[in-house]
Design a protein around this ligand. Structure first.
Ligand code: UD1
Length: 343
């Protein structure tokens, strides 16, 4: 029996690796393309241990057009591509904008170009709620206007969505779905894969777990004077395993030709906003530890509150989250402890 082959770019990264696991569980043959710039090869063993299958892995820089061409020429019968490979540090993108444009936009162009050449027609693109900026209305639905990006990173997501949109308009056989993630956190329940930030984490959850395990002295809560019930900023945190499953759902929509437009986009979140303090409280409860944190200045570029209107994802995609904030913080802590035990 042959299984549909799916290429996962950035498949050794945080969301990519969890998606590979869900794809394999759903019967797909996964081929991972990753340049290892922000991922560790040991993640492949994690995927293997969870699923019993070691996916084929190819180290390739997809922002290089020759390497991408060579990579694609190695394959036949690819049913679809899930494209995660991208840089994601907002601050670094401000410092090194060209690096971000070259990598994130360049790889998107190379991938879509080769897909068109080879007649591969299904692409799931990893986008972000950052495209909405600080929305005028909450919860934020897909009809909310896209706002001017606050960072080169955010701009690369917008540009890649535009590229997808333009290609879909010009090629009606090409199908794309952009998934706009809110804030993925947590780890696989096995604690065999999870988030592996390089250096000091920028994001809240890894900073919390690294502080609790003793790698950081304290967590700074960025801003306690926001116009929110407890003064701290609000985000829509979702479990990375729920998010991974959404990719399988979206892919199947394309493979079964159930899409009603050849360019669709969905918000992926829980629909519920949680403040920074609520995340900390959940973490303290599920980990049984007391976190060392202090209130600090707002972080430049942060929005006050953003959470998803999940109606479209529920009604059209048929996906919704199943796991709670406590599941997220519990699994993130289990992962951090597993990492410590490994070292
Ligand atoms: C950030 C990016 C977003 C990107 C996402 C990818 C910004 C402005 N936004 O989302 O574009 O798609 O990461 O992962 O960087 N916080 C603290 N202390 C910390 C770290 C974070 O209080 O040490 C707070 C932040 O101020 C924010 C919340 O925690 O209110 C979540 O922050 P983070 O995890 O960095 O995610 P976003 O900023 O929402």
């Amino acid at each position: 029996m042959t299984f549909p082959k799916i290429i996962v770019t950035g498949g050794l990264g945080y969301i990519g690796s969890h998606t590979c696991v869900e794809l394999i569980h759903s019967g797909y043959e996964v081929i991972i393309a990753d340049n290892l710039s922000n991922a560790d090869i040991s993640v492949l063993d994690g995927i293997h241990s969870i699923t019993g299958i070691k996916p084929r892995f190819i180290q390739v820089d997809l922002s290089d057009s020759d390497s991408t061409l060579t990579f694609f020429n190695g394959f036949k019968d690819i049913a679809g591509i899930i494209h995660f490979a991208a840089f994601k540090a907002v601050g670094k993108s401000v410092q090194f904008p060209l690096k971000y444009y070259k990598n994130n936009v360049g790889s998107m162009i190379n991938i879509v170009y080769n897909m068109l050449e080879l007649g591969i027609s299904n692409l799931i693109f990893s986008s972000s709620c950052t495209v909405y900026g600080q929305p005028d209305q909450l919860p934020v639905s897909e009809s909310s206007p896209i706002q001017a990006a606050w960072s080169p990173y955010g701009n690369t997501k917008q540009i890649c969505e535009e590229i997808l949109n333009d290609v879909c308009s010009s090629q009606n056989r090409f199908n794309g779905i952009a998934l706009r993630y809110f804030n993925p956190i947590g780890a696989h329940e096995s604690a065999l894969i999870g988030e592996l930030p390089l250096g000091t984490p920028n994001n809240l959850m890894p900073f919390i777990t690294q502080t609790a395990i003793g790698l950081r002295s304290e967590l700074k809560v960025f801003g306690s004077d926001y116009n929110t019930p407890d003064g701290t900023a609000i985000r829509d945190y979702l479990h990375v395993v729920d998010l991974a499953k959404a990719h399988v759902t979206a892919l199947e929509r394309l493979l079964k030709k159930e899409n009603t437009s050849n360019n669709e986009f969905y918000n992926l979140g829980t629909g519920k906003g949680s403040s920074v303090l609520e995340v900390i409280q959940s973490f303290e409860k599920t980990s049984g530890t007391s976190l060392n944190y202090v209130m600090a200045e707002r972080r430049p570029g942060d929005v006050e509150a953003v959470y998803a209107d999940t109606t479209k994802a529920k009604e059209i995609l048929g996906w919704e989250t199943e796991l709670s904030l406590d599941d997220m913080t519990r699994s993130a802590w289990k992962w951090e402890q597993a990492l410590k035990a490994r070292s």
